[in-house]
Design a protein around this ligand. Structure first.
Ligand SMILES: [Zn+2]
Length: 236
């Protein structure tokens, strides 16, 4: 599978990156993980929004789902496009007025198929109901933390993952944030305990010290670490 980072900024867009949005492709199937603020623009560099096959939305914060609305607009007005299957936490609903564009689904309790992918979700620890995601195809696995504090579920999702796409929005400079977000050090520690092959740090806020974040993550994880950036492609 091919992971393309469309956007990776935490909380708000920055000068160089829109908010969380990741494209996973395999055998021509295009699965979107999150569609945060601003993502519908740069997404068009990598895929025609009408050619998306499914999406998983980790939770209802704007930096993870706001651009479902422009995606609906593009798919409808440049259409025709079928309703996009969207898996999201049960507490969330399709954006009001745009229900026509989405086949809105709650995550099944067991791993399920989306095209060639086997997808597993688990509730993670955030300020609103949120999902972590594990996607497997051809024996290769990508785990995505969504937004979460430390919890057993995110560790299990990341177990032996070839790519662990892990948020690191919290920092020691923002006390309390680590309840609902991970610090880079925690992301590194999770990658180590999960025995993940490759840690991709993401969802840093635009003002974060990226060098310090990488350094923090390296304290516990000695595998390869990549900082997510728009256009980054990782093949698993
Ligand atoms: Zn969030």
């Amino acid at each position: 599978m091919i992971l393309t980072v469309v956007g990776c900024a935490g909380s708000v867009p920055g000068p160089d990156a829109v908010c969380s949005c990741y494209l996973l492709e395999h055998d021509g199937f295009r699965l979107l993980l999150d569609a945060g603020t601003g993502a519908a623009g740069p997404l068009q560099r990598f895929a025609d929004p009408r050619a998306l096959d499914a999406a998983v939305i980790s939770h209802g914060h704007r930096d993870h789902c706001a651009d479902l609305v422009p995606l609906a607009y593009i798919r409808h007005h440049r259409g025709p496009s079928p309703r996009l299957p969207v898996i999201a936490p049960a507490e969330e609903a399709a954006p009001p007025g745009h229900e026509y564009a989405f086949d809105w689904r709650t995550p099944p309790p067991a791993p399920f198929a989306l095209g060639p992918f086997t997808v597993e979700t688990a509730p993670v620890r955030h300020s609103v109901p949120a999902l972590g995601v594990r996607v497997t195809v051809g024996g290769r696995t990508l785990a995505y933390s969504g937004d979460t504090g430390e919890c057993p579920e995110v560790l299990e999702l990341a177990r032996d993952a070839d790519i662990f796409l892990c948020e690191a929005a919290a920092s020691v400079q923002t006390p309390g944030a680590a309840e609902t977000h991970l610090t880079p050090a925690q992301a590194g520690d999770l990658a180590k305990r999960a025995d993940a092959e490759h840690l991709v740090l993401t969802h840093l806020r635009p003002w974060a010290d990226t060098a310090a974040a990488l350094n923090e993550a390296r304290q516990s994880y000695d595998g390869p670490i990549t900082l997510a950036a728009p256009g980054l492609r990782v093949i698993a």
